[in-house]
Design a protein around this ligand. Structure first.
Ligand code: HEC
Ligand SMILES: [Ca+2]
Length: 502
């Protein structure tokens, strides 16, 4: 035990807090905090432990620098089974309490809970990398991918070079027109796989970091009412380079190849004081519940703890009527000073939102480093950011532990990606194309470049399967009227789809 402690003491003595490093003058202050970007800081006075160093100094002699094991006969952790999320807690407990029978010490007295959890995150990152190297990506034989229930081909729908620029959202009109939003501010319209042009007269949006023109959502009764909903980064009125997520609806006039936007109505916007210059976390998907309401997501805009404040619009999922009015049975209506549209809180950057055929609302959201989440969204629930999280800080220092106390009343994700994939588009399988996937969530990852099928029963993960990997950053997943799975890629900017194969 004493031998193992030596490197730890060194780390503790050799680190400094943010405040020391920056000097008193430039220490983070309240004025800059909400705009300071995505990275949560180590708390003041907390040892800023570097997790990689901690692992290499303390654990690698037995577990190996890449979790490959070997030291004193320690088994490898690079096994698919040990990568499953059900091992989160047992891994954490092993580090905290030791494994006496195996000769592994308990670290719970010398390391904080956050440090013990950060070591699990580090092991997950090593496993993610190691298993990918060993197992590679899903591969096609003669163009056909074989998966557990269905075989499929990947087809290009709109290739690069056709005007797509960081495509963000996809939806279809009943007559087959396909609309694809481009983050810089336009919407591409295609018919039968051919681009016919872009929509004229759209609201002005601001491409600000991760924000810009984002979601397009066609009303389920479009044939009757003609409404199309958009979310985008609305530029601030003062002309500064700052913005905030805004939701509008409007109607399209289509004559030949000319499509024009008009009859615009604002459905939701925040007061100007909440517009900021951060390029982080706009959220922004829009979902219809079929009962006259829409749900939409607004990210935490770099505001961290503000995601917990009911008086602040950041980091929330909203429910409003289709015309923007507030349903009287929303959970925080009448709670002093709270924003009445709020449906759930404690979100970070929800870039995936869908309501399945049973009426369950699902989101996917980004953790910082590790801990991207799939949540089942319930009325009034708190999803924890930044109080509990599966992640660590981008700078390799510990952040939080994932498990709340009962008093905190925080709802845990049903699934978390560790390491992060940059969770983005989300939809659920339906229709005749892939019947044995029906009801399963299909989720995409930006940095992870992965498309996952996720089956959940109630709040438990049943299975997860990777369908494609490494074709580009996946920003949007949309199951088409044909039941095919459409995917908007970024780098290269194109739209592909999964179609059934024998
Ligand atoms: C003296 C060697 C040794 C050191 C040092 C050591 N471990 Fe272990 N550890 C083991 C052995 C052996 C096991 C048991 C493996 C098994 O039963 O499959 C184990 C089990 C574990 C497990 C549970 C694995 C499982 O398959 O359930 C985790 C997680 C773990 N160690 C993490 C760590 C971390 C993190 C550190 C550093 C803080 C550390 N260990 C330090 C030898 C060591
Ligand atoms: Ca959460």
């Amino acid at each position: 035990m004493a031998k193992l402690l030596a490197p730890l003491a060194l780390i503790a003595g050799g680190t400094v807090t943010w405040a020391c490093m920056l000097g008193a003058d430039s220490a983070p202050n309240a004025k800059t905090a909400p705009n300071s970007g995505a990275q949560p800081r180590a708390e003041q006075g907390q040892r800023a432990v570097n997790v990689t160093r901690l692992y290499n100094d303390t654990c690698a002699k037995c577990h190996g620098e890449n979790a490959e094991g070997g030291g004193g006969g320690t088994p490898s952790l690079l096994k698919a089974e040990k990568f499953e999320q059900k091992w989160d807690k047992p891994f954490y407990d092993a580090i905290k309490n030791g494994v006496a029978s195996a000769g592994m010490d308990a670290y719970g007295e010398t390391l904080s809970d956050k440090e013990c959890w950060a070591l699990v995150v580090h092991i997950r990152e090593l496993q993610g990398r190691g298993l990918r190297q060993m197992n590679g990506s899903p591969k096609a034989t003669d163009g056909v991918y074989k998966s557990k229930y269905h075989n499929y081909r990947v087809e290009t729908v709109i290739d690069q070079g056709n005007g797509l620029q960081t495509p963000w959202g996809i939806d279809w009109l009943p007559d087959g027109h396909m609309m694809i939003t481009n983050r810089p501010g336009s919407i591409t319209v295609a018919k039968d796989g051919k681009v016919i042009g872009t929509i004229d007269g759209l609201p002005k949006s601001l491409e600000l970091g991760q924000g810009g023109m984002m979601e397009v959502a066609v009303h389920p009764q479009y044939a009757k009412n003609g409404w199309v909903y958009l979310s985008f980064t609305d530029p601030a009125k003062d002309g500064n380079r700052s913005g905030m997520t805004k939701i509008v609806r409007g109607k399209l006039k289509i004559s030949g190849d000319k499509v024009t936007w008009g009859s615009e109505e604002t459905i939701w916007e925040a007061p100007q004081k909440f517009y900021n210059g951060s390029g982080a976390h706009f959220g922004s998907r829009i979902v219809f519940d079929g009962k006259g309401n829409i749900f939409f997501a607004v990210g935490e805009r770099g505001g961290n703890m503000l995601a917990q404040e009911l008086t602040n619009p950041y980091g929330k999922i909203y429910r409003v009527k289709e015309d923007g009015k507030i349903p009287s049975d929303n959970p925080f209506v009448g709670v002093t000073d709270s924003i009445p549209g709020i449906w759930s809180l404690g979100h970070r950057n929800q870039q995936g939102l869908t309501m399945d055929a049973k009426g369950n609302l699902w989101d996917t959201e980004h953790g910082p480093r590790g801990g991207d989440e799939v949540n089942r969204i319930q009325k009034g629930a708190n999803y924890g950011w930044p109080v509990v999280a599966f992640s660590i800080n981008y700078n390799d220092s510990p952040f939080q532990t994932p498990w709340p106390t009962p008093e905190q009343k925080i709802t845990l994700p049903v699934f978390r990606w560790l390491p992060s994939i940059g969770a983005s588009g989300l939809d659920y399988a339906r229709g005749k194309a892939f019947p044995q996937w029906n009801g399963d969530l299909i989720a995409g990852g930006l940095a992870g470049q992965n498309l996952d099928r996720i089956r959940v029963n109630g709040d438990s993960l049943v299975e997860r399967e990777e369908l494609i990997h490494g074709m580009g950053r996946i920003r949007e997943v949309a199951v088409g009227p044909d039941g095919f799975v459409y995917v908007a890629l970024n780098q290269p900017d194109k739209v592909i789809r999964l179609v059934p194969a024998k």
